[in-house]
Design a protein around this ligand. Structure first.
Ligand code: LLP
Length: 384
């Protein structure tokens, strides 16, 4: 499945993107969406230019959270009118970049931000399309660090302020209020969570109608669909059929309303693998340490969220000989541990180790701590 002979020629650690799987994943999304459904790839998950280029070429939009991401999306060929831009702290230059490019919409998260977008748009003689990001106060069954839709989270505008903010936005010359935006969290596998969001949006639309507020043209439900980290080969393409049909069944859209999604992890998560080499095996009376040349600087999810990434020895000599290891990196931090007490095939110096399901929030979250070079990324095409 992996081009191991090609891997052996490369300097580790590096990311490998299975672009055949990426293309199949995108195809599956296409097969399960209707023309009124628009999927914007969440660039924050992975901004590798080759990966972005493939997603853009397949006709998807982009969901950005910074000026840098807007620029990366434009460079990769995403059309500006399919770019949405969210974030609680948009700087003036980032807003100006979005205005100049003519992005589809700014997902606005506060009144002061709305005022600045309006001000900058008026100065340029432009009108910014905006969607209000509403905090729906809907929980999600996922890690506490990656829930976003609860009142305690910093994201979005409180539901009780909606009518007031809409009135303010509607009176502004520099903005056009076109939509409502939501996002409840990430790595969500329970479709009930998305059904709960749909029901909350139904209540909100009913409430706004009762208040005499005209129907918006666009509803954006964010992203959040999870992947199977435990068994990456089990269903490498997420269950898009259930995901989209949950919204189809539960969300009552008004005639003509367009539905937007911002999927990141579900698109790129299973396509990416971090490949490292084993440097040393070190044992003491209670532990075997498998020390690899990738660290938390290359893949921070285990250290930051206790996340599980399935680990495989790609070059094991005797695949049936199992040993328990703590798999650790070279960084001078006690938290630089990928996993503890992990049973895997007996490992020797020089073996290639794969950290699976690392396509999303892997390479993009890499840092140069300890003056380490950033990992490179290769695609299937390049290694053929
Ligand atoms: N839209 C908004 C407004 C978001 O905040 C996010 C993710 C997405 C879309 C895409 O969510 P996805 O479909 O990828 O779940 N670094 C963490 C995940 C942080 C997610 C942040 N927001 C991790 O490694 O698990």
């Amino acid at each position: 499945m992996f081009p191991i002979e090609e891997f052996k020629k490369l300097r580790t650690p590096f990311y490998y993107y299975d672009t055949d799987l990426l293309r199949q994943t995108l195809k599956e999304i296409r097969a399960n969406t209707d023309p009124y459904m628009h999927v914007h790839y969440a660039v924050k998950a992975c901004a590798n230019p080759k990966v972005l280029g493939i997603i853009a070429a397949e006709g998807f939009g982009a969901d950005c959270v910074s000026g840098g991401e807007i620029q990366a999306a434009l460079n990769a060929g995403f059309p500006a009118d399919r770019i949405v831009y969210a974030g609680v702290g948009k700087s003036d230059w980032e807003i100006e970049l979005g205005l100049d490019a003519g992005i589809f919409s700014f997902n606005v998260e506060s009144i002061p931000e709305l005022e600045i977008i309006n001000h900058l748009a008026v100065l340029k003689g432009k009108k910014a399309r905006i969607a209000l990001r509403i905090n729906p106060n809907v929980g999600a069954h996922t890690h506490a660090n990656i829930t976003t839709g609860l009142a305690e989270n910093k994201f979005g505008i409180d539901m009780q302020d909606m009518e007031r903010v809409i009135a303010i936005a509607s009176a502004m010359d520099g903005v056009e209020f076109i939509g409502l935006h939501f996002h409840i969290g990430s790595q969500i596998l329970e479709m009930d969570d998305f059904a709960a969001l749909s029901r909350r949006i139904n209540e909100i639309q009913d409430r706004l109608e009762t208040a005499g507020i005209p129907t918006v043209s666009d509803i954006n439900v964010g992203g959040g669909l999870g992947i199977n980290y435990m068994q990456p080969d089990h269903n490498p393409i997420p269950d898009f059929r259930s995901y989209f049909s949950t919204y189809r069944k539960n969300l009552r859209l008004r005639p003509g309303q367009q539905l937007h999604f911002e999927l990141g992890r579900a698109i790129v998560g299973q396509c990416g693998t971090l490949v490292a080499s084993v440097l040393y095996i070190k044992s003491n009376p209670i532990k075997n340490f498998c020390i690899v040349d990738a660290g938390m600087t290359d893949l921070i999810r285990p250290a930051l969220y206790d996340a599980y990434h399935h680990i495989e020895n790609l070059t094991a000599e005797s695949p049936s000989d199992y040993v328990t290891y703590d798999v650790v990196g070279p960084i001078c931090e006690s938290s630089d541990v990928f996993i503890k007490n992990y049973g895997m095939t007996r490992t020797r110096r020089g073996d290639l180790i794969a950290f699976r399901s690392a396509g999303a929030y892997g390479e993009i979250m890499a840092s140069g701590y300890n003056c380490r070079p950033l990992p490179l990324g290769y695609t299937t095409e390049e290694l053929k």
